[in-house]
Design a protein around this ligand. Structure first.
Ligand code: ADP
Length: 448
C-alpha cells in the first residue's frame, strides 16, 4: 500500500480522497492554487504545496508543477480526482515516466475512451448498442446534412473530445444545420483544442443511466449497478439516484454485462463509468465512458456500503479486488443533490463570495460531502459545486422524504444556491412517481 499520496484536485473531492487516505493510514499532500490556500482540504492535509496562481491552467492543470510537487514531497502516487487532469492520458504517462503511480487506468485506455468517436467504434465492435449516428468524424457539411437526413431530425452534434456537458448542439431542422455545425466546430476548437465533430440521433426524453465498474490488473472485473442521472440542467447532472426507478433486475444485468465487455476489451484497471441513454421501452445505447471517479459515486457507496476511493487506491497499488460480482448486494435507495453556488433566479449564474452561515443537515441516512465552512470565500475561478447532499433510506419514497427533510435543514447564507430548485424537484408529483428524463427540469419545473 502507498505511504503518501498527492491529491491533484480541490474542493469536496480533495477532501473526500483525504478522508479515505486518513482511514487507510496514508499521508496526504494537497497540491493547491494560491486561491485555495484557506480551503478545508489544504487546512486538513498532512502536507501542502502551492502549485501556482488561481487560474487552472497555471495551477491544477500545470503538469510540471504537480509532478515536481509529488517528487519533492516523496509521494508515491497521484490521485487526480475528477475533472482537471483526471482524464488526461499525457499526464498519466508523465506520472509513470517519473516513477509516480497515476491512480487511474493506463494512458492507452484513457486516450481510447477520451476520444468519443474511438470509444463508439470500440463499442460497435463489441456489439454494444450505440445511438444511430455518423459513427465517425464529420468531414464536410454535405456529408453531415446527408447523414442527418438519413437518421432523421432532431440530431445532436457532439465534439469528439467533449466532456462535462459542453460542446453539444441539438439541431431540430435542416435549416439550422450549417450554422450549428460552424458554431460547434468553433466551440470545440476553443474549449477542447480539437474541432472534430460527430453527430447522432437526438433521443426524445431519454433517461441517463450509467454503470459503475471496478477492475483490478489481474483481470477481475465487477459492476456495482447503476446510477440514474436523468435530472439535469443543460446536459449537466443535478440529481442522481441509485437504483434507477426505470431498471428491472434483468435490464440491470444486461447493462452491467455490456459495461464489463469494454472493461475486458481494454484490460481496464480501476474505477470507471459506462454511460448509457435508455429509452421508454428499455432499449439502452452506449454514450461514453468516464475513466475516473465520478461526482455522484456516493449514491453507489450508499447502496453497496463500499468505499469506492479505497477500492480505487487498493487496485492502483496492485491489490486484487476483495469482492466478486455475487458478493455485491444492493441495499435500499440513495439520492444525491448537487448544491451549487448559483442563482436559480438569474439563469443559474455562478455566485462566488463569502459564505456567512453554513449549517449542513444531519441525522440518520444523511451524508454531506463539502469543503465549505462558515467564513469560507468561494473563489470565482472554479466550478460552482459547494456540497453534495446524499440521502439513503430503505426505499425510494422514504429517501425522497428524507432528502426533503435534509434540504429543509440545510442553511447557507451569503451566496445564492440551488437548494430551492432541489426542493421544487423533490416535491414534484411526477418526480415522486419516478418520472425523469434529461429534459425533465425544463419541462416540469422551469417550464419551456
Ligand atoms: P459529456 O461528456 O459532455 O457529459 P455526454 O455524451 O455524457 O456528454 O452527454 C451528456 C448529456 O447530454 C446526456 O446525459 C444527455 O442528457 C444528453 N445527450 C447526449 N447525447 C444525446 C442524444 N443522442 N440524445 C439525447 N440526449 C443526449
Amino acid at each position: 500500500m502507498f505511504r503518501k499520496i498527492l491529491i491533484a484536485n480541490r474542493g469536496e473531492i480533495a477532501l473526500r480522497i483525504m478522508r479515505t487516505c486518513n482511514e487507510l493510514g496514508i499521508r496526504t499532500v494537497v497540491a493547491h492554487s494560491e486561491a485555495d490556500r484557506d480551503s478545508l482540504p489544504v487546512r486538513l492535509a498532512d502536507e501542502t504545496v502551492c502549485i501556482g496562481p488561481p487560474p487552472t491552467a497555471s495551477s491544477y492543470l500545470n503538469i510540471p508543477n504537480i509532478v515536481s510537487a509529488a517528487m519533492l514531497t516523496g509521494s508515491e502516487a497521484i490521485h487526480p480526482g475528477y475533472g482537471l487532469l483526471s482524464e488526461n492520458a499525457r499526464f498519466a504517462e508523465i506520472c509513470a515516466d517519473h516513477g509516480l503511480c497515476f491512480i487511474g487506468p493506463a494512458p492507452g485506455a484513457i486516450a481510447q475512451m477520451g476520444d468519443k468517436i474511438s470509444a463508439l467504434q470500440l463499442m460497435q465492435e463489441l456489439g454494444v448498442p450505440t445511438i444511430p449516428g455518423s459513427n465517425g468524424p464529420l468531414n464536410s457539411q454535405l456529408e453531415a446534412s446527408k447523414m442527418a437526413r438519413e437518421i432523421g431530425y432532431p440530431i445532436i452534434i457532439k465534439a469528439a473530445a467533449g466532456g462535462g456537458g459542453r460542446g453539444m448542439r441539438v439541431v431540430q431542422s435542416p435549416r439550422k444545420l450549417a450554422s450549428e455545425l460552424e458554431l460547434a466546430r468553433h466551440e470545440a476548437q476553443i474549449v477542447f483544442g480539437n474541432g472534430e465533430l460527430y453527430l447522432e440521433k437526438y433521443l426524445e426524453e431519454p433517461r441517463h443511466v450509467e454503470i459503475q465498474i471496478l477492475a483490478d490488473r489481474y483481470g477481475n472485473a465487477i459492476h456495482l449497478g447503476e446510477r440514474d442521472c436523468s435530472i439535469q440542467r443543460r446536459h449537466q447532472k443535478l440529481i442522481e439516484e441509485a437504483p434507477s426507478p426505470a431498471l428491472t433486475t434483468e435490464l440491470r444485468m444486461r447493462m452491467g454485462e455490456a459495461a464489463l465487455l469494454v472493461v475486458k476489451a481494454l484490460r481496464y484497471e480501476g474505477v470507471g463509468t459506462v454511460e448509457f441513454l435508455v429509452d421508454r421501452v428499455g432499449n439502452f445505447y452506449f454514450m461514453e465512458m468516464n475513466t475516473r471517479i465520478q461526482v455522484e459515486h456516493p449514491v453507489t457507496e450508499a447502496i453497496t456500503r463500499l468505499d469506492l476511493i479505497a477500492l480505487q487506491i487498493l487496485v492502483a497499488a496492485g491489490g486484487s479486488l476483495p469482492c466478486k460480482q455475487e458478493d455485491i448486494r444492493f441495499d435500499g435507495h440513495a439520492i444525491e443533490c448537487r448544491i451549487n453556488a448559483e442563482d436559480p433566479l438569474r439563469d443559474f449564474r455562478p455566485c462566488p463570495g463569502l459564505v456567512d452561515a453554513f449549517v449542513p443537515p444531519g441525522g440518520l441516512g444523511i451524508r454531506v460531502d463539502s469543503h465549505v465552512y462558515p467564513g469560507y470565500i468561494i473563489p470565482p475561478y472554479y466550478d460552482s459545486l459547494i456540497a453534495k447532499l446524499i440521502a439513503w433510506a430503505p426505499d425510494r419514497s422514504q429517501a425522497i422524504v428524507r432528502m426533503q427533510r435534509a434540504l429543509g435543514e440545510f442553511a447557507i447564507t451569503g451566496v445564492r444556491t440551488t437548494l430551492p430548485i432541489h426542493q421544487r424537484i423533490l416535491e414534484n408529483a411526477f418526480y415522486q412517481k419516478g418520472e425523469a428524463y434529461t429534459n425533465f427540469l425544463q419541462r416540469r419545473i422551469l417550464g419551456s
